[in-house]
Design a protein around this ligand. Structure first.
Ligand code: HEC
Length: 143
């Protein structure tokens, strides 16, 4: 039945598209679209842009403007708590780290655990692939 075969193909394509669109969803699409399971493979900046939607209300990327949080302009290689125009918590100012893939990965997993007392009102990203994607995006876009 050529008709139903074509129909199924269409449905499968639709499902794949939907999965891609909702890749930022917390529940992890778990399907083949997620690729080889486990391990935070190399981040995908394109997908990371979607993940960044959860940060954008509080963080500018390029202009240096303060929102609820400090701008992330030049965040890679920047010392924690040092954007001149932002009033940080004492905890963030005291955190002597330089932001890079490893420190960002740790912070974004559980902000309040990595910087106890931080005022960043964000619970964290439990999905390692989403963190890797987001960090790839920040490397590319937060300049
Ligand atoms: C509800 C607002 C809010 C959301 C959502 C949020 N942040 Fe923040 N973020 C803040 C605030 C406020 C601070 C400053 C925290 C402090 O001083 O303790 C901060 C600090 C940071 C810092 C440290 C900056 C520096 O200059 O040292 C990074 C990096 C960061 N956020 C990244 C992110 C990323 C990436 C996301 C999205 C996954 C995110 N934040 C989501 C409000 C937010």
């Amino acid at each position: 039945m050529k008709f139903s075969k074509a129909g199924l193909g269409f449905i499968a394509l639709g499902a794949a598209t939907l999965a891609a669109l909702s890749a930022a969803g917390a529940a992890q699409a778990a399907g083949p679209a997620a690729g080889p399971a486990a391990g935070p493979a190399a981040g995908d900046a394109g997908r990371g842009k979607t993940v960044y939607a959860r940060c954008v209300a509080c963080h500018d990327l390029n202009t240096g403007a303060v929102r609820m949080g400090p701008s992330l302009k030049g965040i890679m290689g920047r010392k924690a708590g040092t954007a001149a125009n932002f009033g940080y918590s004492g905890a963030m100012k005291a955190k002597a780290v330089v932001w890079g893939p490893d420190t960002l990965n740790a912070f974004l997993t559980a902000p309040m655990k990595y910087v106890p007392g931080t005022r960043m009102g964000f619970a964290g990203l439990s999905n390692a692939q989403e963190r890797a994607d987001l960090i790839a995006y920040l490397k590319q876009a937060a300049k």
